[in-house]
Ligand binder design. Structure first.
Ligand code: HEC
Ligand code: HEC
Ligand code: HEC
Length: 183
């Protein structure tokens, strides 16, 4: 078919579809605005859903871990220094944090929807948590593994950790937070 002779002017049509400078500016502006809003919302929801309040109040699975946490040395500490859920349960570094959060968030949501109360297995979840929690998260606060007050046993153990002979803080510091304590 010969377009030239069909009364349809293809060139003309194309030219009309090429956006003008003004339109480009508007498109760029809207895209930037859209992205900022998206970023704003996702950052907000990221932060909100990382707060202790969210982590502990949205799901019944978290009631017991939360109660235990309130009595642990990482909340009820002698100097009042508090570690939030996300300080331990998410790795350091923005990218890693996002990745872990999305991955764990999706898993937790699916679990939450499928889970019946009788399926709650804190013991199993502890083992999963131990696998997921990274020593780097602990080291963000525990920067000095050789404080002068540390006993010889701790000194030797931490040296072994530094040499890479023991992989994770949690190999030794088990039942750190979520154990039921007498009040
Ligand atoms: C936000 C900072 C922070 C993070 C993250 C953190 N801790 Fe702590 N940790 C503290 C503080 C502060 C204390 C001291 C509490 C006190 O006053 O007794 C403490 C105490 C401890 C103790 C001694 C008390 C006890 O309960 O045995 C151990 C062991 C410990 N942390 C290990 C860890 C490990 C392992 C991780 C990672 C899973 C971790 N911490 C993550 C701040 C942190
Ligand atoms: C090989 C085992 C082992 C590893 C791995 C290990 N620790 Fe320890 N840690 C110990 C021992 C043993 C002590 C001494 C406990 C004591 O004196 O009651 C100790 C003591 C501590 C204390 C002081 C506890 C207190 O009550 O004063 C903190 C805090 C601590 N470790 C944090 C960590 C962190 C954070 C990591 C990972 C970066 C880690 N440890 C890795 C064995 C280990
Ligand atoms: C100091 C680090 C730390 C903090 C803070 C912390 N956790 Fe944990 N969490 C752990 C560790 C370590 C485990 C593995 C079990 C253990 O050693 O206690 C765990 C295990 C868990 C588990 C699986 C075990 C179970 O009982 O179901 C859940 C759920 C959990 N944490 C939720 C939370 C919530 C919610 C918060 C905040 C209210 C929180 N954690 C704060 C370190 C932490």
């Amino acid at each position: 078919m010969n377009f030239k002779n069909s009364g349809l002017n293809i060139d003309e049509g194309f030219r009309r579809r090429v956006p003008s400078k003004g339109q480009i500016i508007v498109i760029v502006f809207l895209t930037a605005a859209g992205l900022s809003i998206f970023y704003g919302f996702s950052t907000l929801s990221f932060h909100y859903s990382s707060t202790n309040k969210f982590c502990s109040s949205q799901c019944h699975e978290m009631v017991e871990p939360y109660q235990q946490y309130l009595k642990s040395s990482h909340y009820d500490s002698s100097r009042g220094v508090v570690a939030d859920c996300a300080d331990c349960h998410l790795p350091p570094g923005e990218v890693n944090k996002w990745y872990a959060k999305v991955r764990q968030g999706v898993k937790d949501t699916i679990m939450h929807l499928l889970l019946k109360s009788e399926d709650m297995n804190h013991q199993r979840w502890k083992m999963l948590a131990v696998k997921n929690i990274r020593s780097e998260s602990c080291e963000r606060c525990h920067k000095n593994l050789f404080p002068s007050e540390l006993h010889r046993g701790g000194l030797l153990a931490h040296k072994a950790f530094k040499r890479g002979e023991v992989k994770s803080c949690l190999n030794c510091h088990v039942n750190l937070v979520h154990v039921t304590r007498e009040s």
